[in-house]
Design a binder for this molecule. Structure first.
Ligand code: SF4
Length: 339
């Protein structure tokens, strides 16, 4: 049977998609295109409502062509009902999928291109626009031993694969890696001490939880990438508060200063939401100001779209799409263009 995995959203989904593809291939499925696939697996995203809506729009066409559709990842209870009504099958994990497809338990091997290593799942932060804590549950850290074992296995695969001039990367994943239960700085050190020539990256960081020990580890450990993703989301304290992001613009800038002084080669990337309910021109200009001060090398800029089930959903969506587009363009020109 030919299959396709469609992914929306974050690196966690990218990682899960590559594991799902390996799992399906080991069960005899063949990776294919949307046109040829008989079965399509969707990894849905809890944040990007518009992307989910687009997928819903494509489901009918796929079904008309006789394809069977399965969905997993960040799916709200409401969406689950919506998808089920459309004849889409939801599955929680590989065990459930094995049961649905009638497959025997299959062990799958991580390959050299699966460099994403989740160190924790879930989130405790409840940013007001985000549904991850509701769909993926509370934070749960994997044990350090389990992570080291998986990374060691990946590194042994690296040595048998040609990577050209690029060094292979281990990317540690979590919604908030800084709150890794067993000590994130210690984990970085342990991975850094493993033999081999590779780079350690990680995401995402939460500005409220990135402390001096992690900054010191970034500075001192040679294998740790000096490009750090530090989501700002907004530069206005009023909007940060409404987003339930418990830091101020000044605290964020202090953290950036600390990173810049201890890690002279640091490059910073970020996430920003424009058009959050209540964001005035003045609020937006504060975001512009913070961006200018930091000098990000890249920003993932999202136009706010309300997600049912989140705290900010009840605030509506008062800012016109054209205005969000204008703000998006200003930041995109400032940060991402002419690089
Ligand atoms: S930190 Fe905030 S934005 Fe990130 S997953 Fe948690 S609740 Fe969502």
């Amino acid at each position: 049977m030919k299959f396709l995995v469609e992914t929306i959203g974050c690196q966690q989904n990218e990682y899960d998609a590559s594991r799902l593809a390996i799992f399906l291939k080991s069960a005899g499925f063949i990776k294919s295109t949307a046109k040829e696939a008989g079965v399509i697996f969707i990894l849905a995203c809890s944040v990007r409502q518009m992307a989910v809506d687009r997928i819903i729009g494509r489901i009918r066409n796929w079904q008309r062509d006789g394809k069977k559709i399965y969905i997993t990842a960040c799916v709200t209870d409401d969406d689950k009902k919506k998808f089920t009504k459309k004849g889409v099958t939801y599955f929680k994990d590989f065990d459930e999928l094995s049961n649905i497809l009638g497959l025997k338990a299959i062990s799958y091997k991580l390959t050299a291109d699966s460099c994403y290593v989740p160190i924790m799942t879930g989130c405790n932060n409840f940013c007001s626009y985000c549904i991850v804590p509701y769909t993926r549950g509370r934070e749960k850290s994997r044990s350090t031993n389990e992570i080291i074992k998986e990374v060691t296995q990946l590194i042994s695969n690296f040595s048998t694969v040609q990577y050209g001039s690029e060094k292979p990367k281990i990317i540690l994943l979590g919604q908030n890696v800084n709150s890794y239960e067993y000590g994130f700085a210690e984990l970085l050190k342990k991975i850094n001490d493993l033999p081999g020539d590779f780079i350690i990256s990680f995401m995402s960081n939460h500005p409220k939880d990135m402390k001096a020990d992690v900054i010191d580890a970034i500075a001192k450990l040679p294998k740790v990438n000096k490009e750090i993703h530090l989501p700002l989301q907004a530069g206005s304290d009023k909007i940060l508060k409404a987003m339930n992001r418990p830091y101020t613009a000044e605290e964020y800038l202090r953290l950036v200063e600390s990173l810049k002084s201890k890690v002279p080669k640091v490059k910073l990337t970020t996430d920003i939401i424009v058009g959050f309910p209540g964001e005035t021109e003045e609020d937006f200009q504060q975001t512009v100001k913070v961006c200018k001060k930091v000098g990000f090398s890249l920003a993932y800029i999202n136009k706010y779209s309300p997600r049912k089930g989140t705290a900010s959903y009840k605030l509506g969506d008062p800012i016109a799409w054209s205005e969000k587009q204008r703000r998006w363009k200003i930041l995109d020109n400032l940060i991402n263009k002419n690089k």
